[in-house]
Design a protein around this ligand. Structure first.
Ligand SMILES: *[C@@H]1O[C@H](CO)[C@@H](O)[C@H](O)[C@H]1NC(C)=O
Ligand SMILES: *[C@@H]1O[C@H](CO)[C@@H](O)[C@H](O)[C@H]1NC(C)=O
Ligand SMILES: *[C@@H]1O[C@H](CO)[C@@H](O)[C@H](O)[C@H]1NC(C)=O
Ligand SMILES: *[C@@H]1O[C@H](CO)[C@@H](O)[C@H](O)[C@H]1NC(C)=O
Length: 405
């Protein structure tokens, strides 16, 4: 009798614990809102703009963790705004391919295809693709001379997104920047892919501005402009294990073009490989800046350059299309910058160029273990430096700012 009671109690305990474990697993995975269910009605090869908006609205209102699912298949999406705040952690899982309208001027916000905003504990995941269909926009891009140009649609904007993760998805052929990150905190991109042809215009991979604690890791970026560009107000940014190419490299700036820019600091770029890019790692600031600011605590380490133009570059006279007065000095003070263990090949003879501002020399620039070879035939490898006295450790004379220009 006593034994039977104990066995019964054990059985009851086992049943209880297994159901509550099951329930908490379900909570962790989140309630699912699949856009292709009858309630939302999305179908492959048709427009799912409304279905997705409805699924997001329900998921965002859910008081427990939730997940919006776009299954495998190709779908047309006119635009999307994933706007919070939501009531609980929320995930958007994209397994399919989403296609933007080829003409961005038709969008209700022509500068944005997809926007994620005012979110906390958000995850974007899945093996899916965001296809910006930018081919027509690149051909018509005249934005460098026409301020009302129409080729301005960014594939994905993240605005005020915190404690969040973007993983595994691909941004393809954006009309303009692929990703624009603004006013975000602790946002990680992991195993993220950006793909567009090397000659697509202004298609920066990930642009970050006014954000703190962004991490980009294990990612592959090939595009027509900077793989990653870092704008004013970026702090505590870590970039590791990123491959870049084709593209224009990894760039801090351009800075100092507008008044009221915020300082850039705490930038760590490690274990990255750049291939066939027009620049390597660079800091660029406009001359004649309207206001003073700073760029400091910036560190590049363990970087491999394969056939890269200007592998190491600080340019404080950045002035594309001659839109500025080069006589006036940049007012952006650059300090505490290190380049360590940077090796491989340069496609330009000037492999190291550190051109600091005339009126405002760079401080505390360090170069350690720089091992670059020139892969072309236009003379021999060299460095050009001005308004800087770098600390040099294990760098060949030719690359060590020994010849002043
Ligand atoms: C970002 O990377 C840094 C350095 O590796 C790490 O300390 C930090 O925890 C990471 N932040 C997030 C949100 O993953
Ligand atoms: C980072 O680079 C260093 C130097 O090349 C190398 O020893 C290390 O294994 C790399 N780490 C990763 C995680 O790739
Ligand atoms: C770089 O360009 C060379 C020559 O065009 C090509 O063979 C190589 O595959 C390219 N590398 C990458 C990583 O794109
Ligand atoms: C320079 O950068 C290093 C590495 O991040 C940091 O520890 C140090 O505090 C910085 N020094 C100054 C003077 O900002």
């Amino acid at each position: 009798m006593g034994l039977k009671l104990v066995i019964n109690m054990l059985l009851i305990l086992m049943v209880l614990s297994s159901t509550s474990a099951g329930r908490s697993r379900e909570l962790l995975a989140g309630a699912a809102f699949d856009v292709t269910t009858a309630k939302y009605g999305a179908k492959p090869n048709s427009d799912i703009t409304q279905a997705l908006a409805n699924a997001w609205k329900d998921a965002c209102a859910s008081t427990s963790a939730s997940r919006v699912i776009i299954p495998k298949g190709t779908y047309k999406l006119k635009e999307a705004s994933f706007k919070g705040p939501c009531k609980a952690p929320i995930e958007v899982q994209v397994q399919g391919t989403l296609q933007a309208p080829p003409d961005g001027a038709q969008l209700s916000k022509p500068d944005t295809w997809i926007e994620f905003s005012y979110l906390d504990r958000f995850t974007l995941s899945g093996s899916g693709t965001f296809d910006g269909q930018g081919q027509k926009a690149w051909k018509e891009n005249d934005c460098h001379k026409n301020p009302k140009c129409s080729s301005i649609t960014v594939n994905m904007r993240f605005h005020s997104v915190k404690n969040s993760l973007v993983r595994d998805v691909t941004s393809l052929n954006s009309k303009n920047f692929h990703v624009n990150v603004l006013s975000c905190e602790r946002l990680t991109f992991q195993h993220f892919t950006v793909a567009a042809p090397g000659d697509s215009v202004n298609t920066d991979g990930i642009h970050i501005g006014r954000s703190t604690g962004v991490n980009i890791t294990d990612s592959k970026i090939g595009t027509g402009d900077d793989c990653i560009s870092i704008g004013d107000g970026t702090k505590q940014l870590t970039i590791t294990k990123v491959t870049c190419g084709p593209g224009h490299g990894i760039s801090i700036g351009s800075l100092g073009r507008y008044p009221k820019e915020e300082p850039v600091s705490g930038i760590h770029i490690r274990n990255c490989t750049l291939s066939n890019t027009s620049n390597g790692v660079r800091i660029k600031t406009w001359p004649n800046s309207p206001a003073a600011s700073t760029a400091s605590d910036i560190h590049f380490e363990d970087i491999i350059m394969n056939n890269v133009g200007n592998p190491i570059l600080i340019d404080q006279e950045y002035c594309p299309w001659n839109q500025c007065n080069k006589q006036a000095s940049s007012k952006i003070k650059i300090s505490n910058v290190s380049f360590k263990n940077i090796r491989g090949t340069s496609s330009t003879p000037v492999a190291v160029k550190i051109a600091c501002a005339k009126g405002l020399p760079c401080d505390k620039v360090e170069m350690t273990d720089i091992n670059l070879k020139y892969s072309g035939k236009q003379g021999s490898i060299t460095s050009q430096c001005s308004n800087v006295r770098p600390t040099i450790t294990r760098v060949a004379n030719t690359l060590a700012c020994a010849t002043k220009s």
